[in-house]
Ligand binder design. Structure first.
Ligand code: FES
Length: 279
């Protein structure tokens, strides 16, 4: 971390890979003249202008809105346009494509599996009353509190940083992942939506919701302050209580009591009374 902001030279260690010509990725170094306020995206442009025009990355808005410029910067998945170089280092930067995705070229990851999973969780409003949806006779009322239930999840820009940081994604590329799951929750919790049952089916697949081990990295890296780990846990809770209602249990198994003949350990206090109706 730099305290004083002044011009300096920073070495960018960039992981390069062209699947058409390279057998495997390799690292290349570029020295970039950095001015205070320069972002990593600005540094990449300088490399392209002054050193190597073949360096590839993706960007569009330059202002943390489009989600195109997600990459791994000094080991953390983040947006290049939203990261000032001198906030991180005045000497060295390592830059690589987002992990947990195939590399299209250099710093460009193939995010299409994320978008396919996103579509699979039905990330849009579903209404039972189709006629009313297409020819509304009134407004769908929603209070400020109703809005706050899902508002933070609407800030997702689909940059893929949460998917790249997820330890479950690293070992199971079929896992739906934090971005689609958070969006499934966003619509499920919206009180104008009737698609809860269909969406729950979509997330309780083999590599779905319950594969999440709650590492929490997705929420730690999100550049927009979205908390996918929270969405996933809340959705698990919803499904758990659905299951209890379905099986007519009044209390979860862990507080149902000891099997017959098993003595209670006096050092462990009795759990408090707990019923579905209290939720
Ligand atoms: S260029 Fe749009 S988010 Fe970075």
């Amino acid at each position: 971390m730099t305290n004083e902001r002044k011009s300096c030279e920073v070495v960018f260690h960039v992981r390069r890979f062209n699947p058409e010509t390279d057998e495997k990725p390799y690292w290349q170094q570029f020295t970039v003249k950095v001015e205070p306020g320069m972002t990593v995206l600005d540094g990449l442009h300088q490399i392209k202008r002054q050193h190597d025009f073949s360096l590839a990355w993706r960007y569009s808005c330059r202002m943390g809105v489009c989600g195109s410029c997600g990459m791994l910067i000094n080991g953390s998945a983040t947006l290049a346009c939203n990261t000032q170089i001198l906030d991180i280092s005045d000497r060295n930067l390592t830059i690589a494509a987002l992990p947990n995705f195939k590399i299209i070229r250099d710093l460009v990851s193939d995010l299409s599996p994320m978008f396919e999973k996103h579509v699979a969780v039905l990330p849009y409003m579903l209404r039972d009353d189709i006629q009313e949806m297409h020819e509304p006779t009134g407004e769908y009322y929603q209070s400020p509190d109703d809005l706050l239930e899902y508002l933070q999840f609407t800030y997702c820009i689909k940059c893929g940083c949460c998917m790249a940081a997820c330890p479950t994604m690293a070992t199971d590329d079929a896992f739906l992942g934090p971005q689609p799951l958070a969006q499934a929750y966003r619509y499920t919790i919206d009180n104008r939506d009737d698609g809860t049952d269909r969406r729950k089916k979509a997330v309780t697949v083999e590599h779905g919701l319950f594969r999440c081990h709650y590492g929490g990295e997705c929420s730690a890296v999100c550049p927009k302050g979205v908390d996918p780990a929270r969405a996933i846990q809340l959705m698990k809770k919803q499904l758990f209580f659905d299951f209890l209602k379905l099986t007519k249990h009044k209390t979860p198994a862990h507080v149902l009591g000891r099997p017959e003949g098993v003595e209670r350990n006096p050092k462990i206090p009795e759990p408090p009374p707990y019923t579905v109706e209290q939720e």
